[in-house]
Design a protein around this ligand. Structure first.
Ligand code: ATP
Length: 350
């Protein structure tokens, strides 16, 4: 029996796409509810844009299905799918004003109504005062808002965003992200966004799909991806982490930092990684009276709001993040320990 799609707004089922022998997307499934923002996150070449193109109809599926609002749309051309797309370069028509760009998306509306409707869409994005400007007379962030207004004007059920913040100055990016997120939220539409920027994904998404080599590795909330990564790739891709070889025995992990209790579901194994983030380690000057492994500070890095220390313990190194304060110097003897056992994540070692 074929799987019956549930009433998610978007349901991508077992989608695959190969270019020659290259599996750009492999057996990828995801769901997006109305009002949900899903972010596809992964390194360059992991298949994020391919997934977006398969949803939009800009590429044909080799295998799998795309359902939107309970309808199989896999065979429909892009313009009949009810999906709006905002590209990395915004793809505005350079010979048209902001207003004309938005009006272009209103071609199904009666001609006399189009200017007023277009202006309303621009106003929603705070761009009414810029209606008569051409794209080259607008900043990157302003062009992006016109592109989003134009996408809204096409009355889509789902919006796809391909690296929409990458052309915006770093100093403006966080602000632009917050604003566009609030507007997308208000719209109540489903959103799928592609990015390779982890901070962007963590702050923008309701749900993150982490991709690698054409495959979706983990789908979860930003908190879960960060705190409970599915494997060592996700753990280290989403944010810097220490991956320490460990073996698990009787509910305890044994590693270079010592022995710590771990959650009961972790079965005994000689072959595990212990993931622990730099901010979850604490460090103090070693004293001869303290038990436990000691290390030597190899290097320190000042980051303004914090500092990072690389510490060698036996044959391994780990990174410790600490608040600004008295700094350790290379060569100092220190003791490193996890701030709490909960901050240790046991991962399979393949
Ligand atoms: N039209 C194409 N022809 C051949 N190979 C392609 C084509 N489009 C993408 N690929 C290959 O498919 C794989 C996935 O590409 P895709 O653009 O989906 O990755 P991505 O995760 O979006 O990367 P980036 O973050 O760099 O944009 C890559 O190996 C890429 O080289």
């Amino acid at each position: 029996m074929p799987e019956t799609p549930t009433p998610a707004l978007l349901h991508l089922m077992n989608a695959s796409k190969c270019y020659g022998s290259n599996r750009a997307a492999w057996n990828a499934s995801l769901r997006v509810a109305r009002g949900e923002i899903l972010v596809l996150l992964g390194p360059s070449g992991s298949g994020k844009s391919t997934i977006l193109k398969l949803i939009a109809g800009l590429e044909d599926l080799d295998d799998g299905q795309v359902w939107l609002n309970g309808q199989n749309i896999g065979h429909l051309p892009p313009e009949q799918r009810g999906i709006g797309m905002v590209f990395q370069d915004y793809a505005l028509f350079s010979h048209m004003t902001a207003l004309q760009n938005v009006m272009f998306a209103l071609h199904r509306q009666p001609r006399p109504r189009r200017p007023k409707m277009a202006l309303e869409h621009l106003a929603m994005l705070g761009m009414a005062d810029f209606a008569q400007r051409y794209p080259h007379q607008l900043s990157g962030g302003q062009q992006q808002r016109v592109a989003v207004a134009r996408t809204f004007a096409s009355a889509p059920q789902l919006i796809l965003l391909d690296e929409p913040f990458s052309s915006i100055d770093e100093s403006m990016r966080a602000h632009a992200r917050q604003e566009i997120r609030a507007i997308l939220r208000q719209s109540g539409l489903g959103v799928v966004m592609v990015t390779h920027d982890c901070t962007e994904a963590l702050s923008f998404a309701d749900t993150i799909c982490v991709m690698n080599q054409g495959t979706i590795i983990q789908t979860a909330t930003p908190q879960d991806i960060y705190l409970h990564p599915a494997n060592a790739f996700v753990a280290s891709f989403i944010a810097p982490t220490n991956l320490l070889p460990a073996h698990i025995h009787n509910g305890h992990a044994h590693c270079i930092l010592g022995t710590y209790p771990v959650a009961a579901q972790n079965r005994d194994t000689e072959q595990a990684w212990l993931s622990i983030r730099p901010e979850s380690l604490s460090m103090e000057a070693a004293s001869s009276t303290q038990a436990g492994p000691q290390g030597i500070v190899e290097s320190t890095e000042f980051r303004g709001d914090c500092q990072f220390h690389t510490v060698r313990i036996g044959a391994q190194t780990c990174t410790v993040r600490s608040a600004i304060g008295p700094s350790f110097q290379p060569g100092d003897r220190v003791q490193v320990r996890p701030c709490s056992p909960e901050s240790l994540v046991v991962l399979a070692r393949q």
